[in-house]
Write a protein that binds this ligand. Sequence first.
Ligand code: ZN
Length: 242
Amino acid sequence: MAKKIRVTVWNEFRHEKESAAIAKIYPDGMHVAIAAGLRKDPQFEVRTATLDEKEHGLTQKVLADTDVLTWWGHMAHGEVKDEIIDRAQQRIIEGMGLIVLHSGHYSKMFKRMMGTSCALRWREANEKARLWVVEPGHPIADGLPAYFELPHEEMYGERFDIPNPDAVVFISWFAGGNVFRSGCTFTRGKGRIFYFQPGHETYPNYFDPNVQRVIANAARWAAPGDGPVMKLGDSEPPLEKL
Ligand code: ZN
């Protein structure tokens, strides 16, 4: 039995409480749908955390017990406390994985890890998205077809102001003509980061089997390995006689 991967699914959880139409799609919140997708694989031990919980549900203890953190936010990015971002950033540098979903591109969490504006073009027009796998050998593409479609998604388009990714796993085409690097990987310290575009709150795309597969693959990929603990920042004695 493979080692358990402890995933914390974080959601701002405001749209679902404030809009009846969105609550109809995600009655218990998007985090519950994302967590349910992950729980199909018993390798994952999944918990959820939301903005309005104490310390946004991301206490020292929760983060210490998290291998991979997923992040969905949109309308309340500014309410996320900087000290919680400091804490999560520290854990990422130590090796915790981070999966940033959809409008999380503009979160304090993602901007902190990227160091750029993370701005993009967008349009809410119920348009079709086609996601092309452009790195078929990447573990995040395991089990996927060459492309898959979402009948309705918010358009996110280039330029996406991110640093050059380590890998671009997906490129999306939108019916209105824009293209977007919709699945990108990064490394910060020992931590692996994946950004994935789908998941606008008014469409049921976290129930889509391909989207669920991508998030599960990304959680497996982003989970920390057993590499050495590096002691950095100290003066170094010689290993050989000088
Ligand atoms: Zn959106």
